[in-house]
Design a binder for this molecule. Structure first.
Ligand code: GCV
Length: 604
């Protein structure tokens, strides 16, 4: 894939960066390196960061003050003091209007004649977010002479889902073993705190610790004590812990003969498990569940629906204000089109889920492909809380080779217009949560390659503000991680911005999908090499035959277009309207079909 990225650009940019970046760094500090600012900024910035004043005390205020001291100490060479003097940064709780519960305001003001910067928020976590925002302004050299900004997250729940197994392996992980060392826990290694700092710096406020292909043992007292230690360490950073729950846990751990969600013994088992968890972790976030999907147990085993299963767990968590996140990633060998199956199963359940259930839907209808149209359930389950699930780890995007900056991909899906109930309703406004399958592992630089840190960063920033242009996020990350040298920033950002499109063109152009071997998902591999061929082979998805290529999802084919709001579906079905990006996703076209001059995008 590297060959698709302008290699001269890469070498040039990295040479410049190597010349300017501090030596002997290993990527551990991420975008929170805080190297010294250039001399021209130093005096002006220093006059606005002479002291940090905490007007209240709490663990979150304390980590905020310490982050400011660390950041400013690095950027300006002198750590701020503690007394209230000219140029102090004052941390305040305040009844803000308009920035939401987790938002903050940064304001240049005067206290008894002294110029200060106020970082104010309704909740302590907002003060921490505000401090990271203030540092970001310095890190990117964009601190205005007079500050007066308020900001708050657009999406309430912003999570990382870790697919980490209890044996230390990570499903679809390319950054070493699991970050959680279960053998050492409940001892807290410093990197666990740094993980929380990094997440808080981009506004992430929840993490699921274990794989959705869940091992029931995570719910045993032995593991729960370890999970509680992690929750304690992360609390000051506003990160709530969630666990993937195996639906059949009442059988495996409770020795019940069934996991039927309507069986009173099963309900009682989950209730007492929830009570046990909340005794250890009073702010436990809740359960993530993959049920009746890819062989996982679930309510359908007992003739019950997804809603029956989710609501039973929701009932156990409700007294503790916990949430059930129930995945909609389901498919089976029946039916004419895998892309339609999640909608067919979940749409009839709209309005039937309890209020503390969130249905989590992958960005597209198949499975984290380099490009998919948005999932038709967005906008179509208006009486259900929804989450968007994106994949930060690059299972289908080159894994741990080359560069694929995914900010562009997530912007694309978050801003896609569902036209439901009316046009101008982007996917981002149909959801209450967003979850990214983490690319973080035990590698010293967290993500295996330094460039993959950008995807962690961008995911958090876009979850906070889905309207943030992907280019701006790339620019911020490049400045904070590498250098503020304009030429280097330009080269790095150019490379990043074209990289995902290059991966698409290389692996699954024009709306093709899943053109990789089924066992490793490293592509491209548009052939069937297994004997006998499994159903989910590349030809299932590309439908290539003597006449042409592409999956006909118009009314003459599977009619998957009918799952979208009519304006959207009509456009997808119309060759004159559908974008080249989704051409072969929705249409089977003759080999002689003429492309428009505007393709391919990555070469423009
Ligand atoms: C955790 C894809 C991946 C699986 C993953 C699954 C899911 O099929 O290849 O590794 O399982 O999605 O999202 O549940």
């Amino acid at each position: 894939m590297l060959s698709t990225i302008p290699v001269r650009l890469l070498i040039g940019a990295l040479a410049l960066v190597v010349a300017t970046a501090a030596s002997a760094e290993d990527g551990y500090d991420l975008w929170l390196r805080y190297p010294p600012v250039e001399t021209q900024w130093r005096a002006a910035y220093a006059s606005r960061a002479t002291a940090v004043v905490e007007t209240a005390r709490s663990p979150t205020f304390d980590v905020t003050a310490s982050e400011l001291r660390r950041g400013i100490g690095g950027l300006l060479g002198t750590a701020p003091q503690t007394g209230a003097i000219d140029g102090a940064i004052v941390l305040q709780r305040s009844r803000l209007k308009g920035a939401g519960d987790e938002g903050y305001c940064l304001k240049s003001a005067r206290i008894e004649g002294h110029p200060v910067t106020l970082i104010r928020a309704k909740r302590d976590i907002g003060v921490l977010y505000g401090a990271f925002a203030f540092l970001r302004l310095m890190q990117t050299r964009t601190l205005p002479a007079h500050l007066d900004v308020c900001d708050g997250p657009a999406i309430p729940l912003r999570m990382l889902d870790h697919w980490d197994n209890l044996d230390g392996t990570v499903e679809r992980g390319y950054a070493g073993p699991s970050l959680w060392n279960w053998a050492r826990l409940p001892a807290i290694d410093p990197h666990l705190v740094d993980y929380a700092r990094a997440n808080a710096s981009v506004g992430i406020n929840g993490a699921v610790l274990n794989n959705v292909n869940a091992d029931a043992r995570i719910l045993t007292p032995e593991f729960l004590r370890k999970v509680a230690a992690i929750a304690d360490a992360w609390r000051p950073y506003g990160i709530r812990v969630y666990l993937s729950a195996r639906f059949s846990a009442p059988i495996e751990l409770g020795h019940l003969p069934t996991a039927d969600p309507l069986d009173p013994r099963v309900r009682r088992w989950w209730q007492s498990k929830a009570d046990e968890i909340y005794r250890l972790i009073p702010d436990f976030g809740g359960f993530l569940v993959k049920a009746n999907s890819e062989g996982q147990p679930g309510p359908q085993t007992y003739g019950r629906s997804h809603a029956d299963g989710a609501n039973m767990l929701a009932g156990a968590l409700a007294p503790h204000r916990g949430t059930v996140i129930w995945r909609a990633f389901v498919y089976s060998t029946g039916g004419d089109d895998r892309a339609k199956q999640a909608y067919d199963e979940f749409k009839p359940l709209d309005g039937k889920f309890a209020d503390n259930v969130i249905v989590q839907i992958k960005n597209g209808p198949i499975d984290f492909q380099p490009r998919e149209p948005f999932h038709p359930l967005f906008g179509q389950m208006r009486r259900t809380h929804l989450a968007l699930e994106a994949q930060i780890t690059r299972e289908y995007l080159g894994q741990n080779t080359g560069i694929a900056y995914l900010g562009t991909m997530w912007s694309e899906v978050l801003s896609a217009d569902t036209c439901a109930p009316r046009c101008g309703t982007p996917v981002s406004s149909t959801i209450t949560a967003v979850a990214g399958v983490s690319n973080v592992g035990g590698a010293r630089n967290w993500t295996g390659s330094d460039f993959d840190q950008a995807n962690w960063y961008a995911f958090g920033r876009l979850a906070w503000n889905p309207r943030l242009p992907a280019r701006q996020t790339a620019d911020e990350w490049a400045r904070m991680t590498w250098t503020n040298d304009p030429r280097s920033v330009r080269s790095i950002v150019t490379m990043m911005m074209g990289s995902r499109e290059a991966a698409v063109d290389y692996m699954t152009p024009l709306g093709l999908a899943h053109q990789m071997a089924s066992d490793h998902h490293y592509g491209p591999g548009p052939w069937v090499n297994d004997q006998p061929a499994p159903l989910w082979n590349p030809i299932y998805y590309n439908r290539a035959d003597a006449q042409g290529i592409g999956f006909d999802r118009t009314p003459t084919g599977s009619n998957a277009v009918a799952q979208y709001e009519s304006d959207v579906g009509r456009c997808f079905a119309d060759l004159h309207c559908v974008s080249d990006d989704y051409l072969l996703w929705f249409h089977h076209l003759p080999w002689t079909h003429r492309m428009t001059a505007a393709w391919p995008k990555s070469q423009q």
